[in-house]
Write a protein that binds this ligand. Structure first.
Ligand SMILES: NC(=O)c1ccc[n+]([C@@H]2O[C@H](COP(=O)([O-])OP(=O)(O)OC[C@H]3O[C@@H](n4cnc5c(N)ncnc54)[C@H](OP(=O)(O)O)[C@@H]3O)[C@@H](O)[C@H]2O)c1
Length: 324
């Protein structure tokens, strides 16, 4: 069976990254497109070869009424993830949503419930887990390559020139740097640390909003402690651009990733024993391949709704902690 997938949203991640990645996934194809503007949907459908007899939509319910459609990719602003996912689940479609999965805990819980009730998959797009270098790093850590895990540090920032983006507005997003890149830092930390160190048991943060004075974070610095006593920290910002970095420290060594947190499968990784070589593979194709395999094999996707929800809970905790 070929999995027919609709793209909800025609913006940057959908156009530049997700639609091209979908073309690299065997057993799945772009079927239809939702945009607020039919001409934009038509142009997107043509550009990426959407294959439904009627691929162009500006009303979600009409797109979801297509019985040949199996799944949706939600690539719209954060505040639309929950309503889109819940409508898709009720129509019996599997859901892959971009990160963060929701703008609040209640919305995330409602998404999980709707997908459980409808017995459809819910996957969340944390593409850094499919970076071939990160996967090799994880295998090394799980094999004891750095000994007992004690600390992880991650930084990912970018620079904006104004506060007009929907991430900066409270009615379309709950977080700005934390939504753009901080949520990825947090997911990378949880992916590496939680299986070895247990859950996050405490969190403290500081947040600054002093350049544009908007409602959402401009820079966030978050510190975490795990059940084992191991610690982690991450910094996200929209104020300055710098090479991204992730560092893992254990009792017997370290791993340092330089500029691997990007949209590309790029960067370099060093360890206390020298560099870690890895293949270059499109991480976005990896996450969609996992979603399609989960549908075909009736198994959970690697990043499921509960994992996405835990990330949202911690983002909410980071904002609450900064207030106190
Ligand atoms: N995993 C990653 O690496 C990654 C990277 C970037 C973004 N993302 C996530 O992907 C999602 C989309 O981000 P993006 O950067 O692609 O955003 P974007 O460039 O602003 O595109 C979002 C699209 O959503 C549609 N949309 C519907 N209602 C909208 C509204 N009220 N305001 C603005 N757009 C609206 C628009 O398509 P129409 O105009 O056609 O309706 C728009 O082009 C977000 O959840 C973001 O966090 C993930």
């Amino acid at each position: 069976m070929t999995v027919n997938i609709a793209m909800l949203g025609t913006g940057s991640i959908a156009d530049d990254v997700l639609a091209p990645a979908l073309q690299r996934v065997a057993g799945a194809r772009l079927w239809s497109v939702l945009s607020r503007d039919r001409d934009r949907a038509r142009a997107f459908a043509q550009r990426h070869g959407a294959l439904a007899p009627a691929p162009v939509h500006d009303v979600l319910d009409t797109l979801l009424a297509d019985s040949d459609l199996h799944a949706v990719i939600i690539a719209a602003p954060d505040y639309l993830h929950a309503p889109h996912a819940i409508a898709a689940a009720r129509a019996g479609k599997h859901v892959f949503t971009e990160k963060p999965m929701a703008t609040g805990i209640a919305e995330g819980e409602a998404m999980v419930r709707a997908c459980d009730d409808a017995e459809v998959m819910l996957a969340v797009g944390y593409h850094l887990r499919w970076h071939a270098g990160h996967r090799k790093m994880l295998r090394l850590i799980r094999a004891g390559g750095v000994g007992d895990l004690h600390h992880m540090r991650v930084q990912w920032t970018f620079q904006v020139s104004d506060a007009r983006n929907w991430r900066a507005q409270r009615d379309t997003a709950s977080w700005w740097s934390l939504s753009g890149v901080g949520t990825h830092c947090l997911d990378l930390i949880r992916w590496v640390m939680v299986p070895a160190c247990g859950e996050v048991v405490s969190l403290a943060s500081t947040i600054s909003r002093e350049v544009w004075h908007g409602p959402n974070d401009e820079t966030a610095v978050v510190a975490l402690r795990f059940a084992s006593g191991a610690t982690a920290e991450f910094c996200s910002s929209v104020l300055f651009a710098a090479p991204s970095r992730a560092e893992v420290y254990g009792s017997d060594g370290y791993i340092r990733c330089e500029d691997t947190l990007t949209r590309r499968a790029a960067g370099s990784i060093d360890t206390h024993q020298g560099s870690l070589e890895f293949d270059v593979a499109d991480p976005y194709a990896g996450e969609i391949r996992d979603f399609v395999a989960a549908i075909e094999n009736h198994r959970k996707p690697e990043v499921d709704g509960r994992e996405g929800l835990r990330n949202v809970e911690l983002l909410a905790q980071a904002v609450a902690s900064a207030r106190t």
